[in-house]
Design a binder for this molecule. Structure first.
Ligand code: NCD
Length: 306
């Protein structure tokens, strides 16, 4: 039985196969419309979500399966003190596969160790978010045509942003990847990624404080929200929350073929005027998220369609 707890749980070949499958699903959705008939996906969300939970549900419904679950810790037995280990044993009796989001780093790993069904990490604290990464990779591969030889700017909350941590983990395995890390000093990439992943893999990167200075050479700009819920000090959040605002003026400094991605939700970091720029692909990215989750569910359930 396979789980997906980190993007590194998939080899490069498996990742390529998964993205190929997602692309086939994109172009031939009817072929897959009954692939999960009789199967159930449980969504166990202990933290707020719109896209991730609903895109998992939409993915399973598109595959002809069913969904069940809860969308907050308050509405589950966690409110009565039930442990994640016990909850997963129960859910294993009700569903064939589950997606879990939890504020504590490592909770999906604990669940996986007790589970008899595949567990997908749908975001654990400030740690990892592998299915957002699959979404990001599919977006880049589909719209840029490649996952190698890219200069990627990561901008915003690089400290707490789990989507950034997972994306870096996944991309360092491709050739010719360079990063420009754009953040305020307080929200720099933590050492467990900067040193243990970037430096260990000899990946070229620079750190920058100003977005304007960094735009010129980017193939991809990955914007992120300052992660309010992970701050200990509200004053610091208020001071840092609008550190970067991408607007039309800044887009004018960027290459004509640079793509702007964002895992969403957006707060102020991309001004709405940028939405009409054809380089802004964050809403397309949401659609890719459904295809890639469909492919992931099929892969983890070992379902193949001829
Ligand atoms: C992200 C997350 O939950 O980490 N959202 C998402 O799943 N698309 C990003 C965020 O909340 O800022």
């Amino acid at each position: 039985m396979r789980h997906l707890l980190s993007p590194l749980d998939l080899s490069i070949d498996e990742l390529d196969n998964l993205l190929d499958l997602a692309t086939d699903i994109e172009h031939n959705p009817d072929k897959y419309s009954e692939a999960c008939k009789g199967k159930k996906l449980a969504t166990l969300f202990y933290e707020p979500s719109t896209r991730t939970r609903l895109s998992f549900e939409s993915a399973m419904l598109n595959l002809g399966g069913n969904v069940l679950g809860f969308s907050s810790a308050d509405s589950s037995s966690a409110a009565k003190g039930e442990s994640v280990s016990d909850t997963i044993r129960i859910i294993s009796c009700y569903a064939d596969i589950c997606a879990m989001r939890h504020p504590k780093e490592g909770a999906p790993l604990v669940a996986a160790s007790k589970s008899s069904i595949p567990v997908i990490n749908a975001g654990d604290g400030g740690h990892q978010h592998p299915t957002q990464t699959l979404t990001d990779l599919m977006t880049i591969r589909s719209l840029k045509g490649r996952l190698s030889n890219l200069t990627i700017g990561l901008c915003g909350d690089l400290k707490f942003g789990r989507t950034v941590h997972s994306l870096i983990n996944a991309l360092v395995r491709y050739e010719g990847i360079k990063f420009v890390l754009i953040s305020p000093n307080e929200l720099r990439l933590p050492d467990y990624i900067r040193v243990d992943v970037l430096e260990k893999n000899n990946i070229e990167y620079i750190e920058a404080e100003h977005l304007e200075d960094a735009l010129e050479n980017l193939d991809i700009l990955y914007m992120t929200r300052v992660q309010k819920e992970r701050f200990f000090n509200e004053e610091e959040y208020i001071r840092l929350k609008d550190s970067y605002i991408l607007n039309a003026e800044k887009m004018a400094l960027a290459p004509k073929d640079m793509l702007v991605l964002h895992p969403l939700p957006r707060v102020n970091e991309i001004s709405v005027e940028v939405d009409n720029d054809e380089r802004a692909v964050y809403f397309k990215q949401v659609q890719y998220g459904v295809y890639v989750r469909m492919a992931l569910i099929l892969t983890l359930l070992n379902i193949t369609i001829e």
